[in-house]
Design a protein around this ligand. Structure first.
Ligand SMILES: Nc1ncnc2c1ncn2[C@@H]1O[C@H](COP(=O)(O)OP(=O)(O)O)[C@@H](O)[C@H]1O
Ligand SMILES: [Mg+2]
Length: 352
């Protein structure tokens, strides 16, 4: 019997509310195997009413997997709150954010650069580090959270809260998701424009029952138009991440994005760039890097604007496939997920 086997068995134990297994949620630590005895820690990010039943499910799963071994299972339950202090100053209409720690916009000058891929994988990676995370998909023109998380068709419940209608987010993979896509007929393109778009987009953030969160990410629509300025102005962002490919065209738009956040009426800090599709490495030639969209494009921007490059993410087939099939790569421990884990740890360090 190995640690890995035990871990695999524990992957069958789901957290009933968070809709992910306890290993994926990062709740299992320090598995030890001694003669006839298995010990591990079950770590909860906050006090959890379901802890007793989850513990029982763990015991049952292990005994089931190794019926002949007459095993003793000893589980140490821990609550390790990793709550991040809140800083934002709230205005009228922002009550939904009262228990939200840091609000980070994920922006790009241009569509198709992987903004949603970065936002969704970062959300999952932050949750796996033990934080409470939400993601508002405010891309009115192309919401992609439902597909990327396989929650298409989910219909969020609307609750009345003191006369105000509030939308309950969808929980899955340890993250609370909200998307404008949950309110559109499947397959129908969203072509809202002007004030309607900007209102819908703000509702995805301000009219949602987020509850207590350490991080709320906002997947902004690509571009730097009036809608962006309006949302960036009206939501108490703690900062922004700008996603780009190294390609020059994308970078011209990046410059506009930087100027938008640094505009004197907006003035929100840019935490850094994420350079996506930074290179391609074929599986059969793992030492080779091909810079399909150019090399170190974000580095030049970084020097010009004095903004750090937080991550360089290669083009990897499994990143696309896992996004397309609703089970993002950040849920796994595969090598392709490491860039997102590193990015998450940088974001955590910046706010700790
Ligand atoms: N690093 C990557 N490697 C491979 N495919 C990627 C990567 N990043 C994004 N993609 C793919 O590129 C397409 C566009 O990404 P998406 O995140 O939807 O972009 P955006 O939100 O900026 O429009 C998607 O099909 C996605 O799976
Ligand atoms: Mg997108």
């Amino acid at each position: 019997m190995t640690q890995k086997q035990i871990e695999d068995v524990l992957r069958s134990v789901m957290h009933p509310v968070k809709e992910a297994d306890i290993v994926t949620l990062g709740m299992v630590e320090d598995i030890k195997i001694e003669e006839g005895k298995i010990r591990f820690k079950l770590v909860f990010p906050s006090p959890d009413a379901l802890s007793g039943s989850i513990k029982q499910s763990c015991e049952a799963a292990i005994k089931n997997a190794f019926p002949s071994e007459n095993l003793k299972v000893s589980i140490l339950e821990l609550v390790r709150e990793r709550k991040i202090a809140k800083k934002a100053h709230l205005e009228l209409g922002q009550e939904a954010l009262v228990n939200v720690g840091h609000i980070i916009a994920v922006a790009s000058g241009k569509g198709g650069v992987g903004k949603s891929t970065v936002a969704v994988n970062l959300a999952i990676a932050l949750a796996r580090e033990g934080f409470r995370v939400g993601l508002a998909d405010a891309d009115v023109y192309g919401p992609s959270v439902p597909k990327m998380t396989a929650t298409e068709g989910a219909q969020p419940v609307i609750e009345d809260e003191g006369g105000k209608e509030m939308i309950v987010p969808i929980e899955k993979y340890g993250v609370k998701w909200m998307s404008i896509g949950y309110f559109a007929e499947a397959g129908q393109p969203l072509i809202w424009r002007g004030p309607m778009a900007s209102n819908a987009l703000k509702q995805m953030v301000l009219q949602v029952k987020w509850g207590e969160l350490d991080f709320l990410l906002i997947d902004l629509p690509p571009g730097t138009g009036d809608i962006h300025i309006s949302i960036v102005h009206d939501i108490p962002l703690s900062g922004a991440i700008v996603v780009s490919t190294p390609q020059a065209v994308a970078l011209a738009d990046v410059e506009k994005g930087v100027n938008m956040f640094r505009n004197k009426d907006i003035n929100k800090p840019i935490l850094g760039f994420v350079e996506n599709m930074a290179w391609f490495t074929p599986e059969e030639l793992p030492e080779n890097k091909y810079y399909i969209f150019g090399k170190d494009g974000c580095k030049a921007m970084s020097e010009k604007f004095d903004i750090p490059v937080l991550a360089q993410i290669p083009i990897v087939q499994s990143i696309r496939e896992s996004g397309d099939n609703g089970s993002p790569v950040a849920l796994t421990d595969r090598a392709d997920s490491h860039a997102f884990r590193k990015l998450a740890r940088k974001i955590i360090d910046m706010h700790a």
